[in-house]
Design a protein around this ligand. Structure first.
Ligand code: GRG
Length: 282
């Protein structure tokens, strides 16, 4: 994973250098900094490496996933959305800069993501178009943005655990699905739906873990503020109780382990990364 971190640092730096000198450039660099884990590009790159390929030629497409993820966090933290002040162990972008700059940072990151896919010259045109279609589908009006509006609409409403699952599927799983699909397309794997289903379960587990960490962790270890709890938003724990939430977590963990066996990923970099997610403490 250290190799992937070093690759990603360099690619991120080159991307930042491609932006004209401006407040926007400084704020983009700031938003991409901090303690971000860069899970989404690592999911793609580690899957490529798991299939015995060098992931370096595909770094730009991997960075596109991190740009989209960072855009979603910067916009989600805005006062009109979750109104958060701490992200990745540092003040949120609109606190450090201002709201207009934070909106533009998100706009730039989202737009530039598609440029980076087009600039990944190791991918043929067919693969690039497939990735553009998948990413757009997974994050747009039927994906992550839909999840965000469902989340906002659910505030103050009676929400069931199924509603919460639907929100999480759209807000969290879909971008993880795109990340794994990017890796599967690059390494020419099929059937794609098997990889998609693995990522879907990983995203749902990730969100259940967030709820568990919110009870068991604190702001110092997670580096983000616990706005859900403060805003009285429902979580799996408030809806199902701690024991059932832990059981749900264990069921997703089992499904993920089974997929890793079916896809012959056990013992590969991809499985190692997923294990760090399964047993994360922040
Ligand atoms: C604003 C269009 C729009 C969408 C926002 C992603 C999202 C939708 C909101 C962010 C808040 C949230 C709880 C999202 C769920 C996904 C999630 C667990 C994000 C945190 O991802 P990590 O842990 O963060 O990978 P780092 O900082 O490590 O990259």
């Amino acid at each position: 994973m250290e190799k992937l971190d070093s690759y990603l640092n360099e690619t991120t730096q080159n991307y930042i250098e491609s932006i004209p000198e401006s407040r926007l450039k400084k704020a983009v660099a700031y938003a991409l900094g901090g303690t971000g884990k860069r899970l989404r590009p690592k999911l793609m790159l580690s899957l490529i490496e798991s299939h015995g390929m060098d992931s370096k030629p595909f770094l730009k497409a991997a960075l596109a996933l991190e740009l989209v993820h960072t855009y979603s966090l910067v916009h989600d933290d805005l006062p009109a959305m979750d109104d958060d002040h701490l992200r990745r162990g540092q003040p949120t972008t609109h606190i450090q800069f201002d709201e207009a700059t934070a909106i533009l940072v998100g706009d730039a990151l989202l737009s530039d993501a598609f440029r980076l896919i087009g600039e990944t010259s190791a991918l043929d045109a067919k693969a690039q178009i497939q990735m553009v279609q998948i990413l757009s589908e997974k994050i747009g009006s039927r994906g992550m943005v839909y999840g965000q509006i469902l989340d906002i609409a659910s505030e103050g409403q009676a929400v069931t655990s199924d509603d919460l699952m639907k929100i999480n599927l759209h807000k969290t799983s879909h971008l993880l699905e795109a990340s794994i699909l990017f890796g599967a397309i690059t390494s020419q794997r099929s059937p794609l739906h098997a990889y998609e289903s693995l990522a879907r379960n990983l995203g749902l587990l990730y969100q259940i873990q967030d709820d568990l960490l919110e009870v068991e962790g604190n702001e110092a270890t997670t580096g983000k503020s616990f706005s859900d709890e403060r805003r009285g938003k429902p979580t799996f724990i408030t809806l199902l109780g701690l024991e059932k939430t832990k059981a749900l977590n264990a069921a997703y963990e089992k499904a993920i382990q089974e997929s890793l066996v079916t896809l012959h990923l056990k013992g590969t970099p991809s499985a190692q990364l997923m294990t760090t997610i399964l047993y994360r403490t922040h």
